[in-house]
Design a protein around this ligand. Structure first.
Ligand code: URA
Length: 180
């Protein structure tokens, strides 16, 4: 089981020097859906919870449209500390944080894992191609199904066409979560 006390004071990489808080995750420890983003941004670094800024608002609005509420899912990031100026996490930072994510996957035992954006889709599913090619694809991740879609920040930048693709991907998510 995840050692929260250890994670809260983690110094396994240099992000520990600039972060305000380790943003561990939110939601029930065991959940049917685990949502994985890239890394905390400014709001999350201050607030201590993932996806509480603009990206999160869009994400949970889109999830609500397919019947998924935030309270039902476990939400986290591949990297638990904010990279300076929100840059993409470095390889060594991803590697240092990976054991925490693997432990969370194990603890959560989700039926479906939703990865948001390139960094998460690569880190969680091992994809080499970018999310432009892998979004909407269903893969097997242990006992869970995995699905990638765009990061909501990309949708905030890219406008309605990206939102439309996310909506289509999230309909696949809805089917994966439907009782069989
Ligand atoms: N972007 C992410 O990838 N994760 C967050 O928690 C917030 C913004």
């Amino acid at each position: 089981m995840l050692d929260l006390d250890e994670l809260r004071v983690c110094i396994r990489c240099d992000l520990s020097k600039s972060r305000q808080r380790v943003v561990i995750g939110s939601g029930p420890r065991r959940a049917s859906l685990m949502v994985v983003g890239e890394a905390p941004g400014r709001d999350e670094d201050e607030g201590g919870e993932p996806f509480i800024g603009r990206s999160g608002r869009l994400l949970f609005e889109l999830l609500h449209e397919v019947g998924v509420e935030r309270a039902q899912c476990f939400v986290t990031n591949v990297v638990k500390c904010r990279p300076p100026a929100n840059r993409t996490p470095k390889r060594e930072e991803l590697a240092a944080c990976r054991p925490w994510l693997l432990q969370q996957l194990d603890d959560c035992a989700p039926r479906v894992v939703l990865a948001l954006g390139n960094t998460a889709a690569r880190a969680v599913f091992g994809y080499v191609e970018g999310v432009g090619r892998t979004h909407g694809r269903v893969c097997q991740l242990g006992d869970a199904k995995g699905l990638a879609t765009y990061h909501p920040a990309a949708a905030l930048r890219g406008g309605s066409s990206v939102v439309d693709v996310m909506r289509a991907d999230l309909r696949i998510l809805q089917q994966l979560l439907a009782p069989s």
